[in-house]
Design a protein around this ligand. Structure first.
Ligand code: C5P
Length: 331
């Protein structure tokens, strides 16, 4: 079974002051869209394997899933890769609960035995594009079918939310248009129309990753959290009708000042891009990727070429909210 895992871009990202409870998370108001840059996950059942091996493990789950990755630098264990973490957590949950469709899934997981997964990594880690979260959602959608667990999308999404703020978005994106307003810590997702004409983006991919917790820590050190920014909601549906050149200046990312404070060269690169190309560029998520929307694909493509040639910045043209049918793509 092969499942595509798209990247996301935060078109607009407002961040409030950290929550008073101990969670440490920041309340968000963000407009997220999927982007046409994909990781691909391939899942195969290990048919030749002795079933007894799987039962031999004390926790019944550790031997049930194994991950390999096209990028040898990327960890594949449950501590370092969200794909393995959610797979083992799902196997563990299925083996514990013993009623209804869940029992069927537990039985099927044991019967079919171990699943091997291969992750073809194209979305750079630490770029603010949520590749790891998207991979994890693709994994849950695939294993739900392979292990015949019979979980609804809502149940999978609720289960996934414990593993990160971005996962819920991808479940909604899988069912809708790949465009949503996300609030709470990011897990409260409401579909919204994607940009009408600004359906293409030039995406600049600096070589260095950004650490999301470090960017949020610097945001707090700089005392930037303002409650009003997450309460006063713009007219996103109205914004979606604007041409790219009118939409871009309205978009804000509150994590730009802390990210540029941690990595001044990122802020300098953005400023140089805006000056050289005479258009607005925004950072996605906590960085390091930077984007600008375009009304036409050839415009995005020629900008990507110019960025590579004139500024030596790795850049690609991507479709915004591409049509991805997760279920039919899974063959
Ligand atoms: O949920 P995710 O794995 O993306 O979060 C990574 C880190 O980013 C969290 O551990 C937290 O430090 C920070 N974060 C936050 N508020 C959010 C989302 C993330 O402080 N709403």
């Amino acid at each position: 079974m092969r499942v595509p895992a798209p990247a996301k871009i935060n078109l607009h990202l407002r961040v409030g002051p950290p929550r008073a409870d101990d969670s440490g998370f920041h309340p968000l108001l963000t407009w997220m869209v999927t982007a046409g840059l994909f990781d691909t996950l391939t899942f195969v059942r290990d048919a030749g394997r002795k079933r007894d091996d799987d039962h031999a493990r004390a926790d019944g789950s550790a031997s049930i899933f194994a991950l390999a990755c096209s990028d040898p630098a990327l960890p594949t264990d449950s501590a370092g890769n969200l794909v393995t973490r959610v797979a083992l957590a799902l196997a563990d949950t299925l083996s514990r609960v013993g009623e209804g469709s869940t029992a069927r899934g537990a039985m099927r997981a044991r019967e079919t035995g171990r699943v091997s997964a291969f992750l073809n990594k194209r979305i750079p880690p630490g770029a603010g594009l949520a590749g790891g979260s998207s991979d994890a959602v693709a994994t849950l959608i695939a294993l739900n079918r392979i292990w015949d667990a019979g979980w609804s999308r809502e149940k999978l999404s609720a289960f996934a939310a414990q593993f990160g703020s971005d996962l819920s978005f991808f479940f909604t994106a899988a069912a809708d248009d790949g465009s949503a307003i996300c609030t709470g810590r990011g897990e409260v997702v409401r579909p919204t129309p994607p940009p009408d004409t600004g359906r293409w983006a030039i995406l600049a991919l600096p070589k260095f990753p950004m650490s999301t917790p470090a960017v949020y820590r610097r945001f707090d050190e700089m005392n930037l959290g303002d409650e009003r920014s997450i309460i006063e909601e713009p007219d996103f549906a109205g914004w979606s009708k604007l041409p790219a050149a009118e939409l871009m200046p309205r978009l804000i990312n509150d994590l730009e000042p802390p990210a540029f404070s941690l990595r001044p060269e990122l802020g300098e690169m953005r400023a140089a891009m805006e000056k050289n190309f005479g258009r607005v560029f925004r950072m996605s998520g906590s960085g390091s990727s930077v984007f600008s929307l375009c009304d036409r694909f050839d415009e995005a493509q020629s900008l990507a070429t110019r960025l590579r040639n004139e500024m030596s910045v790795d850049a690609i043209a991507v479709e915004i909210a591409p049509k991805v049918t997760w279920e039919t793509a899974a063959t």
